[in-house]
Design a protein around this ligand. Structure first.
Ligand code: GDP
Ligand code: IMO
Ligand code: MG
Length: 443
């Protein structure tokens, strides 16, 4: 299951839903930049690193190799869950995931400031610097964290380098190796019980014919390779990232589900062709409560972008969509969908890979009527107002794949399962073979 836009599509809610039939849920990339909200009855859970499957007592939850782990935040997350009566016995952490260090957080924040106008608008959680050190082979893995001598020896050659940056480039105070060692060994003590070879764990689950859900964080357009670089995160949220980040071959994945909002949001900097800076954008933000789960920042809001939708289908090999937050459109007179772009008067039907060109794309819209009806109580597509049903059908036709799930509110029950996305046939009700656009993007 992957995000099909710029993150915050409602993946937490959909993972929670799909976890009911999953034996194992795996987070395969990203770190505590993610914020996944799950609402169960009167309790709102905000998860950053622990897979949303943790709310089911039988489900095993894995934080796999491709993630970066801030142990300070993970320990807090475990404490918060335990305070709410959720045990974490089913959690497993990869030995080879990388560890976010105190200097990663400081460098992330300081570098954003130094970039000034060119800043990315990161979550400030040290994600980029942690992945940079992983590539540079100066990173700390969970294995190092679990071995005090090895951790200290590595710190003694890595920290002097980081302290030069902190002091000389950013004008910050140098960090003390002794203090980091003491703090991190406490985390090691707390987390040690969960550490395993997660790739082997998954292999054993595959061999026992278990259902495994790979839960993406962030979204397709935040992908380091295939997103709107440099306004991206430092990992691969796309479906291919699930193989690399978990240590499984692509042949074990049966289905790929894309989660998308019925409109679009983005936090942080970077181009966003359908962004609405008017009262409609404000309305979407207010009704959709569009504030970041991790940073509290207001999310930028705009219309659904079918060019992005088709791109997400192509890059992830999506089988079907879970469309969230349809209810947020309930009060609108009319709803627009971007079906193509214009650059200098020329029609373009694919996202330009050059972010400067992408920034110059003007949306070409089709306008659909609104339904002006409260939808959160609908439980089948037939109960939906005709215009809402037609809107979903339009999105299916534009993206070329069926809609399997429709979400109409944050609560578990506020959902229409059009088709079981895991076990059902690969054609959802809203796909009638009459596609405006071929799944591979050709008109
Ligand atoms: P994620 O990062 O993809 O898991 O998404 P977030 O949790 O960051 O943001 C989605 C927000 O929308 C959360 O506050 C959810 O509780 C909420 N949400 C999810 N689905 C729906 C829905 O269908 N309708 C409404 N109104 N809110 C929803
Ligand atoms: P979930 O999993 C939305 C964005 C940041 C910034 C860019 C880089 O909740 O969907 P980073 O801290 O990763 O270096 O920031 O990526 N970003 C997200 N936006 N949802 C997320 O996660 C995000 N994680 C990172 O806002 O633009
Ligand atoms: Mg989020």
């Amino acid at each position: 299951m992957v995000g099909a836009q710029w993150g915050d599509e409602g993946k937490g809610k959909i993972t929670d839903l799909l976890s009911r039939s999953a034996d194992v849920v795996v987070r395969y990339q990203g770190g505590v930049n993610a914020g996944h909200t799950v609402v169960v009855n009167d309790t709102t859970f905000k998860l950053h690193l622990i897979p949303s499957g943790i709310l089911y007592p039988e489900t095993k939850c894995l934080i796999a190799s491709g993630t970066v782990i801030d142990p300070k935040v993970l320990v807090q997350e475990l404490d918060n869950l335990q305070a709410l009566g959720i045990p974490a016995d089913n959690l497993r952490i990869s030995q080879t995931a990388h560890v976010t260090m105190p200097y990663h957080r400081l460098i992330d924040l300081a570098e954003e400031e130094r970039k000034g106008e060119n800043k990315i608008g990161t979550t400030g959680r040290g994600i980029g610097p942690t992945y940079a050190d992983k590539s540079d082979r100066t990173g700390f893995r969970v294995l190092d964290l679990m071995c005090p001598d090895r951790f200290r020896a590595k710190l003694d050659w890595v920290l002097p380098l980081k302290n030069v940056l902190l002091e000389k480039l950013y004008g910050l105070e140098a960090l003390d190796a002794e203090a980091i060692q003491a703090e991190y060994m406490l985390y090691a003590e707390r987390l040690g019980q969960y550490v395993v070879d997660t790739a082997l764990f998954i292999d054993q689950a595959v061999r026992s014919r278990k259902n495994i859900l790979f839960e993406g964080a962030q979204g397709t357009l935040l992908d380091l390779d295939h997103g709107t670089y440099p306004y991206v995160t430092s990992s691969n949220p796309i479906s291919g990232g699930a193989c690399v980040g978990s240590g499984v071959g692509p042949t074990i994945i049966d289905r790929v589900i894309g989660v998308t909002k019925a409109y679009t949001t983005r936090v942080g900097e970077g181009p966003f062709p359908t962004e609405l800076k008017d009262e409609v954008g404000q309305h979407l933000g207010d009704v959709g409560a569009e504030f970041g789960t991790t940073t509290g920042r207001a999310r930028r809001c705009g219309w659904f972008d079918a060019v992005i939708g088709r791109y997400a289908v192509r890059i992830n090999g999506l089988d079907c969509l879970a469309i969230t937050k349809l209810d947020v459109l309930d009060e609108l007179d009319e709803i627009k969908v971007c079906v193509a772009y214009k650059i200098d008067g020329q029609k373009v039907t694919e996202i330009p890979l050059d972010v400067h060109l992408f920034g110059r794309c003007e949306p070409i819209y089709e306008t659909l009527p609104g339904w002006k009806t409260f939808t959160s109580d609908c439980r089948t597509v037939e109960e939906l107002p005709k215009a809402a049903y037609n809107y979903l059908k339009f999105l299916a036709a534009q993206t070329g794949i069926p809609v399997a799930i429709v979400s109409l509110g944050a609560a578990r029950g506020q959902t229409i399962i059009v088709e079981d996305p895991i076990h059902g046939p690969k054609r959802g009700l809203l796909y009638d073979g009459d596609l405006a656009v071929h799944p591979l993007g050709a008109e």
